[in-house]
Design a protein around this ligand. Structure first.
Ligand SMILES: Cc1ncc(COP(=O)(O)O)c(C=O)c1O
Length: 403
């Protein structure tokens, strides 16, 4: 089976640099907050175009730190997408706040600003007719919900930035904190600005399979705010103040290991080229599959957007037989995500039902992703595309048409 993401090939290309970087850490032995962490933070901040980058232990912790730094907690409503990895809403729930799910745009798979506006007004006016809200009236501790709108967590799904121009306007109009979940989009751009710089605070993940991945768990928080950065830094080290044994707030142990920072520093020099290669793979798929675009909908990029191509995801009503056909020929595929978050058992206490988020539910039923990484060879891309074309044109035609 072809690997879905080829980390081995990437390692071979940077082996000498990565081994040397790890060796340097083994020599100086500053495994916690060693010099590589500060160096990485400086490079990440410069790359994203923000004042501060704070490296941390995972993308999930980055989200949690961003939410905590803004004082988000019980009684706060945080508007977010149901079509994302669980961690997005999990981090919200971990603060004690309540996620309010808002359906996605069918073309970008990102939070739909028009629905978001309706959801905020619905909550303010307690009007379920305007937009579906949690029905149970109870929080996860069983206490009655009296929610005030507090924040928006937008996700740049599959590497494509959400519509921050509209999201920022909505956040400003309702005095909400805007947080960018850039776990999948580090390296992406919106109107010339990079992911990580598109909201009040942003969180990314360095999970190994992400566009920029380390060799374990890792993440970072980005912000232009000196105050927020100082609080995030403190929260990531047990709420520590000036002195190591002076704790100003309840925090976490959420630092990035020096070894992971060293790996990331060794990988950063090739990251821009890797992004270009990802975009070329995506472009080649889209070109090759254009004859069947009406039954196999390719990713769509709004003007001004550059995706980091964390995933190349397509929609088709005949997903499962097509995936089986590809698997039979050694081609792995993946489904991100088969179950939207409003229908996850962990959020059952909110009382959402099937049908509440029709676009996200439809995508969950019909979406799948092809291998898309910088080390995919052109003949592999062409073979995957040919297998798909052959399957659709010869065996499944006529396909049910999707509007
Ligand atoms: C959208 C999104 N948010 C958050 C996370 C959490 O990141 P991590 O796995 O580094 O905790 C992920 C990771 O898959 C993600 O895709």
């Amino acid at each position: 089976m072809l690997p879905f993401v080829d980390l081995k090939k990437q390692f071979r290309g940077r082996e000498a640099e990565i081994r040397a970087a790890i060796d340097r850490v083994l020599e100086h032995c500053q495994f916690i907050l060693g010099p590589e962490v500060a160096e990485l933070e400086a490079q990440l901040a410069a790359y994203a175009g923000v004042k501060h980058a704070i490296a941390c232990s995972s993308g999930t912790d980055a989200l949690l730190l961003a939410l905590m730094a803004k004082g988000i907690g019980p009684g706060d409503a945080v508007f977010t997408t149901p079509f994302t990895f669980f961690a997005t809403a999990e981090a919200v729930a971990l603060t004690g706040a309540t996620p309010i799910f808002v359906d996605i745009d069918p073309h970008t798979f990102n939070l739909d600003p028009a629905s978001l506006e309706q959801a905020i007004i619905a909550l303010l006016e307690q009007d379920q007719e305007r937009h579906v809200l949690p029905r149970s009236g109870l929080d996860r501790c069983g206490k009655p919900l009296e929610l005030r709108p507090k924040a928006i967590v937008a996700v740049d799904l599959f590497g494509l930035p959400a519509d921050y121009q509209r999201l920022q306007a909505i956040a400003a109009a309702h005095d909400l904190v805007l947080i960018e979940d850039a776990a999948q989009s580090f390296g992406a751009e919106l109107n010339g600005r990079r992911a990580g710089s598109l909201a009040d605070l942003a969180a990314t993940s360095f999970f190994p399979a992400k566009p920029l991945g380390c060799y374990g768990d890792g993440g970072a928080v980005f912000t232009d705010s000196d105050d927020a950065a100082a609080i995030v830094r403190s929260l990531a080290v047990h709420g520590q103040g000036e002195d190591r044994y002076w704790n100003e707030r309840i925090g976490l142990n959420a630092r990035l290991d020096t070894l992971q920072a060293a790996v990331l520093l060794a990988k950063l020099p090739v990251f821009p080229d890797e992004l270009k290669l990802r975009a070329q793979v995506a472009e080649r798929y889209t070109q090759a599959l254009s004859p069947v675009a009406s039954v196999l909908r390719p990713p769509q990029l709004p003007p001004g957007c550059r995706s980091a191509w964390a995933q190349y995801s397509l929609l088709t009503e005949r997903r499962d037989p097509l995936r089986r056909h590809l698997a039979d020929h050694g081609i792995p595929t993946a489904v991100y995500y088969p179950q939207p978050l409003h229908l996850q058992p962990a959020f059952a206490h909110l009382g959402y039902r099937a049908g509440d988020m029709p676009v996200a539910e439809g995508c969950a039923r019909t979406i799948f992703s092809l291998p898309c990484h910088p080390y995919l060879e052109w003949d592999e891309v062409d073979r995957i595309a040919d297998l798909i074309l052959e399957f659709i044109l010869s065996r499944l035609w006529p396909f049910p048409r999707k509007a």
